[in-house]
Write a protein that binds this ligand. Sequence first.
Ligand code: FPP
Length: 250
Amino acid sequence: MDTYPEESDAQHSEVTITRALPRHVAIIMDGNGRWATQHGLPRVFGHREGVKALKPIVKESARLGIEVLTVYAFSTENWTRPPAEVNTLMSLLEEFLHQETPELKAEGVCIKTIGNISALPEPAQRALAWAREETAKETRMVLNIALNYGGRDELVRAVNRWLSDPSVTSSGKRLDALTLERYLDTAGLPDPDLLIRSSGEIRLSNFLLWQLAYAEIYITDTLWPDFTAKELAQALYTYQQRDRRFGGIG
Ligand code: FPP
């Protein structure tokens, strides 16, 4: 892996703006549990630190000019965790939205969600509806939070939405890729150019299975609570060294 030049933080940012930035960065914020264990704390403390780590990454992404930042906050499989951990994650989400939405709005961040939000607890749904509404007119960057999200679930919901569209059933149309994209939760957003996964795991974990088809992947051993804006710069720099061919010959 290319190593980011050891310079000042200001110079890090200068390097990353001299070449094309990814329009859309997606992050699997993994390693909260291990961070807590390493610090001799219960797992939920790792999630609390994970939320704290998110804010500077959102602000730095917006400052650099990234258009969309999608973060994997809760998967369709995360319901299998102990109820106390699930409840903590939902409470942290509400807390994050109530505390940070005004500042994110002031920074021009528009909050969106992907995933089956209707199955989340009512207070979390209300906080999300409020945050989305508050920031709906902001245009600097989209913070797209994946909640009760699974790539397979999204694809099945998209196909079912398409099937139940009256204009489809009456016309005998066949589904094509461009049409399917219009029914995905990410409709209207560009595909991620860069996927970042913390904590060293090398898998997709059911994240954006359709949309990541040609994303560049950056894996770091850093556990999510320790992930900083400097490491984001490292990921962006690494991305900028990649030769993207999209199946062609460049
Ligand atoms: C993976 O770490 C992380 C999660 C399942 C949740 C990610 C959530 C946050 C960072 C906070 C909530 C986000 C918002 C937007 C408020 P893990 O628990 O699987 O860690 P481990 O693999 O070390 O056990």
